[in-house]
Design a protein around this ligand. Structure first.
Ligand SMILES: [Fe+2]
Length: 297
């Protein structure tokens, strides 16, 4: 193992992703890098927590045929991205306060590492979504979103089922047949990968809301009490620790704020049967995608 393998790639705050005819282009000032299909997958695995050797391990689990030469080429890709200042390569930081470290069991929200196959399909969905976004005008928005404890109290008083947001956007992947087909196929593949992650290949997982959050968007406290069941969210954050999922522990009343890593992450939680509630809300300071899936009770 080389010394580079132990470094952790993380996205530079100033790196932009630009959709081009050829695929995804990373740009930071004058530096730029066109991602091919393999490097899109590498980029998807950059979350600011995994080292290069951990990323290679994940890839080798999915693609055992990866050989030494391909491993070196993966390391080279990361070194090139770093030399062009599109990512940082740094030694593992102290992660004692990292919400994504394996928690003491049990907890209400569980996190899974997305499989490479899943990231591949999630990235394809994200590309489709980026090309079909519609962001609604400000008059449709609610500027009074309150994610504090008093906002939670108001939501409880009104028994809010689905929340408003201060910015709204709509994912419209069904604008044309080709886009719709590719979106549906990718979404089905992600659902299949979720079954594997959860270890239940016989459960029926259905898409439940695929949303884009522009930077600065908040979604208020709500309980989703109209649709109890298991929820699985594949979330993508442009930058680490900028976006959070906040919820109230219904047993202790504690409000827990869990910051999301950069790139793709998978979380699962249960919307309980009435009269119980799992009150939750979301804030995104950096761009965020949330692709929801559900298993209905
Ligand atoms: Fe929700």
């Amino acid at each position: 193992m080389t010394q580079t393998n132990t470094l952790i790639p993380s996205r530079q705050l100033s790196t932009q992703e630009i959709n081009t005819e050829e695929g995804l282009l990373l740009k930071n000032g004058l530096d730029q890098f066109q991602l091919n299909q393999t490097s899109i997958l590498l980029w998807g695995l950059v979350d600011g927590y995994r080292s290069i050797s951990e990323i290679i391990k994940i890839l080798k689990e999915a693609y055992p045929e990866i050989d030494g030469a391909q491993e070196r080429s993966i390391v080279n890709t990361f070194e090139m991205l770093a030399s062009q200042e599109l990512i940082n390569l740094e030694p593992k930081p102290d992660t004692s306060s990292n919400a994504f470290e394996k928690p003491a069991e049990p907890r209400l929200v569980n996190y899974y590492i997305p499989t490479p196959e899943m990231i591949w399909n999630l990235e394809l969905i994200r590309q489709v979504v980026l090309g079909t976004l519609e962001v609604y005008p400000a008059q449709d928005c609610d500027d009074t979103i309150d994610l504090s404890e008093s906002g939670l109290q108001k939501a409880k008083n009104l028994d809010v089922v689905t929340a408003g947001s201060n910015k709204t956007s709509q994912v419209t992947p069904y604008k044309n047949l080709a886009t719709a087909k590719s979106f549906r196929a990718c979404s089905n593949s992600v659902a299949g990968e979720i079954q594997k992650l959860l270890g239940h290949e016989d459960i029926n997982i259905v898409p439940r809301g695929h949303a884009y959050y522009p930077a600065g968007m908040s979604m208020g406290w709500h309980g989703n009490q109209d649709a109890p069941g298991l929820r699985i969210y594949c979330t993508w954050a442009e930058f680490e620790k900028q976006n959070y999922f906040r919820y109230e522990n219904p047993e202790s009343g504690d409000i827990i704020t869990e910051w999301e890593p950069a790139g793709w992450a998978v979380k699962a939680f249960r919307v309980p049967q009435s009269p119980k509630r799992l009150w939750h809300c979301i804030h995104a300071s950096s761009r965020r995608f949330a692709l929801g899936f559900g298993v209905m009770d």
